[in-house]
Write a protein that binds this ligand. Structure first.
Ligand code: WTA
Length: 621
């Protein structure tokens, strides 16, 4: 394949932005003007006084402005013909289909919002959402935002401990869940997980339960209530709360290199403008698009690019409940054919997994509706890129390899459709974004040299803070190289200014696109009575991107058996979730440590991969 993959004339002609370079230059010279013009396309109860104010590293975007992200995602369409357009098409793994026009979505969200109000939820209150990929998950999130409540969504692949610590940290008085769901042919009992998670958390007053499977669940009198009983009797009209642009919208927990997951806090105004602009320009969104982002709303990709941005752009949004290869490896391709999906957004791990089944499977389906393909969550290797481009997109659909994070809220390094692509490169900074690759001191490194990826200017959808832990916000993100935002990724920039993301430079793992911290996994291992210490690293994996390998030191007298390995795997599944299941466990008698006692995972990893050990001067032994 050619080094540079040029877009067709048709793609360029249809693109909102035909010339990346000139607009990019302009946007850096006048960032406020660039963002202001985009914000003007949206509805504000009261316009902002200033686009950006703040005292580094705390920034207020659209300061003084009043809006609500739901006023733009749903309300503003009600006065137009769009109210009759399909907003959401949902299909369950069992083939059940539900469809909502923008008007019906408004009514459902309003009922759910009134239901929350009837439970005493007010502006600023925190609501935990732990649900499978069903319409009520999206509706609950929108309902919270509508009344100014702050949602804290926990992905349904997490287990008790992970859920409990998140509900506890965010002090959620209400939890919304479902009686369960089927993942492939296995019943996942979400309600039971919630019961276990909240049993010692007396501040949780109400658990709302959606009936998804109809399997019997335990009900706690006075605390639990069926969604169906609560929501159906509510009025379908509910006024949207006017929010300050910088009022909180949600907390989303994500793993870092140290300790417990951090509560990343996002606000209404800047997040709304940033996700709207990026989705519009990167996916070239049009009113008649059938857009399918196949992530889960429980992750940032789902928050930004399923629950909010597509509706703000007024497209028809598809959500499918099941995995890509169940009941067969053609499932997702069949959905693209069935619903005539035009914009499709998934993760490299999915592309690699489906690629393994061969070209014939996607070739059986009519994928001609596709116009743009997206990739997110981890680096996409050139082989997977090429397969996605040729076999899925038939060399007609540009691939948007979008680099961003829970913290950035929106795409940061990304192609746009009119930009020539380089397979495996996330291409260039989005408009208004000043990105660089630097050394420890913050100096730009020469071209094609690995360094730290940093951002040198604030951007609208940036995190506002780490919930209850501002020190983490200032130190971890803004303190490593003063004045710049430290992403935690390695990258290099080539002579054409294209960025190549080279993976994390901290102890964060990306397993099938899921983000974990080594420390978080290690603490699950040491919960076992036989384990004295554990160290976790990520190892390159053909499909998952990275797999989890643990080195475990047992307590004196404990035997390193295969049964114990199985038990440990089960323990991690139980505490964190099936998505965190370790691939490999090795029993060892010592771990490489610094003189101050910190495990040197970098050394473990280098040794495991047969690479040079690097600087070992701080190694204790
Ligand atoms: C990685 C996901 C390479 C990166 C939206 C980042 C990527 C972390 C890409 C954030 C990409 C995300 N190419 N790496 N296109 N997109 N990453 O918070 O390491 O779950 O720091 O957000 O995923 O993961 P998070």
């Amino acid at each position: 394949m050619a080094d540079l993959v040029k877009p067709s004339d048709e793609v360029v002609n249809n693109a909102y932005i035909k010339d990346y370079e000139s607009l990019y230059r302009d946007s850096l010279e006048h960032p406020d003007g660039f963002w202001e013009n985009i914000a003007k396309e949206l509805f504000w109860y009261k316009p902002w006084d200033k686009v950006l104010v703040g005292k580094h590293p705390y920034y207020d975007w659209f300061a003084g402005g009043h809006t609500n992200i739901v006023a733009n995602a749903i309300d503003r369409w009600q006065k137009t013909d769009k109210k009759n357009q399909l907003a959401l098409i949902w299909e369950g793994q069992d083939g059940k289909v539900k469809q909502y026009t923008y008007q019906q979505l408004n009514e459902e969200v309003s009922r759910a919002a009134n239901a929350l109000k009837s439970l005493g939820v007010k502006k600023g209150d925190h609501v935990s959402i732990y649900m499978p990929r069903i319409p009520e998950q999206t509706i609950s999130m929108l309902a919270c935002a509508k009344i100014g409540a702050v949602h804290s969504v926990v992905y349904s692949g997490f287990s008790v401990q992970a859920l409990k610590s998140r509900i506890e940290d965010a002090e959620c008085k209400i939890a919304i869940t479902a009686d369960g769901y089927h993942f492939r042919d296995k019943l996942v009992e979400t309600k039971k997980t919630v019961d276990d998670a909240v049993k010692d958390l007396s501040f949780v007053k109400t658990v709302v339960v959606v009936k998804r499977t109809g399997n019997p669940v335990a009900f706690t009198e006075g605390r639990d209530i069926w969604w169906e009983d609560l929501v159906s009797k509510q009025d379908s009209i509910c006024s949207t709360e006017m929010m300050d642009s910088n009022d909180p919208l949600f907390i989303l927990y994500t793993s870092g290199s140290t300790g417990k997951p951090k509560g990343v806090l996002h606000a209404h105004g800047g997040y709304m403008v940033g996700t709207y602009a990026t989705s519009k320009y990167v996916f070239n969104l049009q009113s008649d698009d059938v857009y399918w982002c196949a992530a889960d709303p429980g992750w940032i990709t789902g928050h930004s690019y399923i629950v909010y941005a597509p509706f703000i752009n007024g497209v028809t949004n598809l959500i499918y409940e099941g995995p890509p290869d169940y009941p067969d490896a053609g499932k997702w391709w069949s959905l693209i054919e069935k619903y005539k999906v035009s914009k499709f957004y998934t993760a490299p791990t999915v592309v690699r997994a489906l690629m393994k089944y061969g070209d014939e499977i996607p070739q059986k389906y009519d994928l001609s509706s596709l116009k743009i393909l997206g990739s997110v969550g981890e680096p996409i290797n050139p082989e997977a890129w090429e397969w996605y481009y040729k076999i899925v997109g038939k060399e007609k659909c540009p691939i948007m390899d979008t680099w961003w994070q829970t913290e950035t809220g929106m795409h940061i390094i990304t192609p746009i459709p009119s930009l020539p692509l380089k397979p495996g490169s996330a291409c260039k900074p989005f408009f208004g974004i000043k990105a660089d690759v630097v050394d420890e001191k913050g100096n730009s490194v020469p071209v094609n040299t690995q360094g730290y990826l940093v951002l040198k200017k604030p951007w609208p959808a940036m995190l506002k803070d780490v919930y209850k832990d501002p020190k983490k916000y200032t130190d971890l993100y803004w303190g490593k190289i003063p004045g710049t935002y430290f992403t935690g990724d390695f990258a290099k920039k080539d002579a054409d200014g294209y960025f190549w993301i080279l993976g994390r430079n901290d102890d964060v793992l990306k397993v099938s696109g899921y983000r974990f911290g080594s420390a978080e996994l290690e603490s699950a291992f040491v919960e076992h009575p036989s384990v004295a210490e554990a160290a976790v690293i990520g190892k390159p994996h053909e499909v998952k991107g990275e797999s989890i390998k643990a080195f475990v030191i047992l307590k004196v007298g404990k035997q390193p058996t295969d049964e114990l390995k199985t038990e440990l795997k089960q323990l991690v599944r139980k505490l964190i979730g099936p998505i965190a299941t370790p691939d490999e466990i090795e029993f060892v008698t010592a771990l490489p440590k610094t003189r101050s006692g910190k495990i040197m995972r970098r050394v473990l990893k280098a040794k495991e991969l047969g690479q040079p050990l690097g600087d070992t001067s701080t190694l204790e032994d």
